[in-house]
Design a binder for this molecule. Structure first.
Ligand code: SF4
Length: 348
């Protein structure tokens, strides 16, 4: 079935034959908690003949999302603890997150910000809130990099993006802008000349971090959208979430990392899945992740190697958790944050 618009309700998923009728009640309850959206591109990628399809698993809701474990948290990476004004997260001295928008073209079932994104989430910054956020960046001259995330910042219209870019252009101490996005994969036609022109309005160095988790997401249209951005002068890096049933396999991860490099995207982060509510069916152990990362080493080019990291709950930032970086003690892992402080992290 070909859809022309995004699917956003369990009823639409049923009509598109992506769920069975007996799942409807449970998924209505899921939909009351967490937003649903699958773009036509994502729907076309799903293999309905495969009940374990890794694309469907990422985007089609599951009754397992109704199970929340005691380790899970509404704000698993601790954004709120480091938010001085609405829309800003200032965790590290030299960089901030600017979350101008809290909607996405798709809603990933494992999202670490699932309590904040979506139509019922924190919304889009008003002009006044955006000005307050820009003013915070203006007043803190140690901020060298602004990371535009959300939500997905590339859902903003070129006109609104250009306005934000011009606001940042006037802040001399900001040298780097980085966009985190899924748009080139899930809505590739949105990466057009108008959007690229908007991203150039700051005159700053612009990086784009693409979120993709399986090589099948890197379609010819997605690769063409990324090529338009790289050719426009925006270096690209990747971010991938390690997910049970999606990419917890050395061959799948190898194909994905190679697809990135073939598209001139440097593999950057491989994220251990966060402790987001209702996502335990996606999680695997740190020991399993370390084995997968070790399997990549030696089998594929050094260019293809991502850095395996986790976000320490409570807002302590990222820790590298390759086999030599995360120690197991007393049934838990001991991980270090960027200040050298150690934290305990559950094995699963
Ligand atoms: S695109 Fe990013 S922010 Fe949006 S639902 Fe997916 S993981 Fe979450």
């Amino acid at each position: 079935m070909v859809t022309m618009r995004s699917l956003k309700t369990p009823e639409e998923l049923l009509a598109a034959e992506l769920i069975d009728h007996d799942m409807l009640d449970a998924l209505r309850t899921v939909a009351d908690h967490y937003a649903i959206a699958l773009t036509p591109t994502v729907v076309s990628l799903i293999d309905r003949s495969d009940e374990n399809d890794p694309i469907a698993r990422q985007f089609v809701p599951d009754a397992a999302e109704l199970v929340t474990t005691t380790a899970e948290r509404e704000d698993p990476i601790g954004d709120a603890a480091h938010s001085p004004v609405k829309g800003i997260v200032h965790r590290y001295p030299d960089r901030v997150l600017l979350k101008a928008v809290h909607v996405c073209p798709v809603y990933c079932r494992f999202c670490f910000r699932r309590e904040m994104v979506g139509p019922q989430g924190d919304g889009t910054l008003s002009p006044h809130e955006l000005e307050t956020a820009l003013d915070y960046i203006r007043r803190n001259n140690q901020i060298w990099e602004v990371i535009l995330t959300g939500g997905d910042p590339l859902v903003l219209s070129p006109r609104r993006l250009a306005a934000i870019m011009r606001g940042l252009a006037a802040i001399d101490h900001v040298k780097i802008l980085r966009f985190h996005t899924r748009v080139p994969v899930v809505e590739p036609d949105r990466i057009d000349a108008a959007l690229i022109d908007a991203l150039k309005q700051s005159g700053k160095v612009v990086y784009v971090a693409l979120h993709a988790n399986h090589a099948r997401e890197m379609t010819s249209q997605a690769r063409a959208a990324c090529t338009r951005m790289v050719d426009a002068g925006f270096p690209m890096v990747s971010q991938t979430v390690l997910l049970r049933g999606v990419n917890d396999d050395p061959a799948v991860l190898s194909d994905l990392m190679k697809a990135f490099v073939e598209t001139r995207i440097k593999p950057y982060y491989l994220h251990h899945p966060d402790l987001a509510p209702g996502t335990s069916h996606f999680r695997l152990g740190i020991d399993e992740g370390q084995k997968l990362v070790s399997a990549l080493r030696g089998n594929i080019s050094g260019l293809c190697q991502p850095t395996y990291v986790l976000d320490i709950p409570g807002g302590h930032g990222k820790a590298v958790i390759g086999e030599t970086a995360a120690r197991r003690e007393d049934g838990c892992y001991s991980v270090s944050d960027f200040r050298g402080e150690t934290h305990r992290y559950p094995p699963k």
